[in-house]
Design a protein around this ligand. Structure first.
Ligand SMILES: Cc1cc2nc3c(=O)[nH]c(=O)nc-3n(C[C@H](O)[C@H](O)[C@H](O)COP(=O)(O)O)c2cc1C
Length: 186
């Protein structure tokens, strides 16, 4: 694991200071304009062949859409995600309609980039994002009934972070990123 505070401080503050909060401020509402900017940031992500294979479902506390999503959270994520000013369900367009024909080989990859854009835009606006998979995928799919070819992939809780990043956050070293994928027995 790498601990090189000097190098970390040298990357852009939007990246260096980002973290996934374990708590959100329940009094910090996310307004319509902010929701629009987050989706706009996602919209401008690159994608294979400009296929833009991403889709979102949003809900804020007090909205019926929020109710529909919150009831499918796992206990582990409900602890903090319920307090976030905005919940986003992310979807990838994997197949063409009901067929087994791929809409895009890179659907999940591209969705991830769109979410990264959204995350950085949130950080630039003083908000934080916590992506998660701790929800009942089957139940939420039944609830939202995505169109044929679309699949729910993840959720994002966005809002004002309450609390500091965990002390135990760590990363693999750059050397490991470059060496781990390759077999040494060639
Ligand atoms: C696809 C995806 C799924 C995740 N699922 C969960 C989850 O179910 N519960 C959770 O607490 N965090 C989840 N996370 C957050 C990661 O645990 C977190 O990003 C990672 O530990 C690095 O911490 P950091 O974001 O603060 O740098 C998920 C992140 C991603 C990208």
């Amino acid at each position: 694991m790498q601990r090189d505070p000097e190098l970390t401080r040298s990357i852009h503050p939007l990246l260096a200071e980002r973290f996934s909060p374990q708590q959100f401020d329940p009094s910090a509402a996310v307004d319509d304009h902010t929701v629009g900017l987050l989706l706009e940031a996602a919209r401008w992500a690159p994608s294979a062949g400009n296929s833009q294979p991403w889709g979102f479902f949003t809900g804020r506390p007090g909205e019926p859409e929020h109710e529909r999503v919150v009831r499918h959270l796992a206990p582990s994520s409900a602890r903090w995600a319920t307090n976030a000013g905005l919940l986003v369900v992310t979807l990838a367009h994997r197949y063409v309609g009901d067929t087994e024909l791929l809409y895009s080989e890179f659907a999940d990859y591209d969705l991830g980039q769109a979410v990264a854009h959204m995350t950085v835009q949130a950080q630039a606006m003083g908000l934080a994002a916590h992506q998660f998979r701790a929800f009942d995928l089957e139940g939420l799919t039944e609830e939202l009934r995505p169109a044929p070819g679309w699949a729910i992939v993840s959720m994002i809780a966005l809002g004002k972070a309450a609390g500091e990043p965990s002390e135990t956050r760590d990363r693999r070293s750059i050397a490991d990123l470059l060496s781990a994928p390759w077999s040494l027995s060639v």
